[in-house]
Design a protein around this ligand. Sequence first.
Ligand code: CA
Length: 221
Amino acid sequence: MRALVVEDDARIAATLDAALSSAGLAVTCRADGEEAWFLAGTEPFDIIVLDLGLPGLDGMTLLKRWRSEGVMTPVIILTARSHWAERVDGIEAGADDYLVKPFRPEELLARLRAIIRRSSGHATSRIEIEDLVIDTRMKEVTRGGVPIPMPPQEYRLLTYLAHKAGSVVSQLELTEHLYAQDFMRDSNSIEKLVGRVRKRLGNDVIKTRRGFGYFVESPDA
Ligand code: CA
């Protein structure tokens, strides 16, 4: 999953980066509204954390512009405690949630998980596919009740496919969602990653649709 953080305060941006990275997201930070506007319009993000007070293009204008241009990525806005009217305006402009500064990273993560669950149609923090269970809060994977230790990148791959269960996901989409923007993208890396996950879980969970990509069977199929 990829997160875009738009925040001009370097300290807050670093806090957000650390919190989101620890939750397993690939994070891209931008301090400038114009740059963020361009980036979210041209690259796929799963969540955007948006500060409203930005130099140049302010957060509210940015949000309205994205929504009017069809960028529907979930957005959490950051506002100061005293500016309650901003929160109302933000929600009306198409934000999915807001966070009041100063905030605890735990609160951000809780809200973020709720939004990602809503946007991908999962009502709980558990994803179950037959005997495979992913606990997205604890970052734990079990199969038939047996815990399967999984390094972060493999976990991200599995979780992304599981969130999209029932549809084929291309290598390109996986690369874009798993690696931060500046990460060196190697076309073989997804294949290798899938190979490692299969070694841990067995070959029957992640399936290949040759020439198109990978998929996990929908739980209700
Ligand atoms: Ca600011």
